[in-house]
Every structure is written in C-alpha cells, then in structure tokens.
Design a binder for this molecule. Structure first.
Ligand code: FES
Ligand code: FES
Length: 164
C-alpha cells in the first residue's frame, strides 16, 4: 500500500510499488488528465507536480511518491473556479488538440508559483520539457504571460483590500 496526497486528498493505492505513477493515476484512480504520449520521459504530456516540482509521471514509480504531495491538472481549478492559467489559456485559445496541455499547465503553475513575473525566455525554458505537436507554442507563451499578469493583479487587489 502506498499513501500520498493527491490534489489535496489522502489516497491509499494497493498496487505494486514499481507501477508507473501515470498508470496509477489513470487506471487505478481514474484521473485521465495526465496523458500517455511517449512513455519514455521525452514528451511531457504526463507531467504532474510532486511537492511542487514538475515530474514526468510515466517514469516515476508509485513507491517514490509515498508521503508526498501530487498535483495533477484535475487539482488546478474547476469550471466554476478556474485557475488563472486555465482562464488565460482559454482567452488566448492556446492549443489545438489539447493533448499536451495538462502537462504544460502544471509546468506553468510550478513556474508562476516560484516566479510570478517570468520573462518570455524564462517561460520557454520552464516549458522546455513539454512538447506541443500542434505548434501552439507562441499562443502558449502568451497565455502563461497573461496568467502571470492575472495572478499579480489579483495579489495586488487582495493586498489593497486587506489594507482597507
Ligand atoms: S508520456 Fe511521459 S514524457 Fe511522454
Ligand atoms: S495542442 Fe496539440 S499537442 Fe499541443
């Protein structure tokens, strides 16, 4: 049995500890957001955050996440309360097939969590491990920039309201 936190909830998984985390998420826990692409840690569409760090879940054994915090795209926001990244990607229409986007969105979240005002180069470097076969790169970069602005504006507004 392996126990960890998944999108803020405690889960216990009775699978072999060598099972790839991606397989556990999709086939044992029913979360289909993280995608299987190459299975070789090359494409990034299986990316999740482990303790806030982007990790390719196809190459990560279940046993390695015991006691840790795992975040998948399902934990980022909801249709009623989307994360600014989700709003920005819709606003910019940043994607075509969408297959790469679950991995890109969690990678972008990790970036904005540590650097809310990244340059375009810093965004490109942070997404270097995420491949988009549809060629949506420019719109994806713009969407991450837009989300950063939304997060900074929201933080300033919250600070101003807190100071009233
Ligand atoms: S499926 Fe994991 S990196 Fe491609
Ligand atoms: S939108 Fe199709 S792979 Fe990126």
């Amino acid at each position: 049995m392996t126990s960890f936190s998944l999108n803020g909830r405690a889960v216990d998984v009775a699978a072999d500890g060598d099972t790839p985390l991606l397989d556990v998420l999709r086939n044992h826990l029913g979360l289909k957001g993280a995608k299987f692409g190459c299975g070789l840690e090359q494409c990034g569409c299986c990316m999740v955050l482990i303790d806030g760090t982007p990790v390719k879940s196809c190459g990560r054994a279940l046993s390695t996440v015991a006691g840790r915090q795992v975040l998948t795209i399902e934990g980022l926001g909801t249709p009623e309360d989307p994360h600014p990244l989700q709003t920005a990607f819709l606003d910019e229409q940043a994607g075509q097939c969408g297959y790469c986007l679950p991995g890109i969105l969690v990678s972008a979240k990790a970036l904005l969590d540590r650097n809310p005002a990244p340059s375009r180069r810093e965004i490109a470097l942070a997404l270097d491990d995420n491949i988009c076969r549809c060629g949506s790169h420019v719109r994806i970069l713009k969407a991450v920039e837009r989300a950063g602005v939304m997060l900074r504006t929201g933080a300033m507004r919250a600070a101003a309201e807190g100071g009233q």
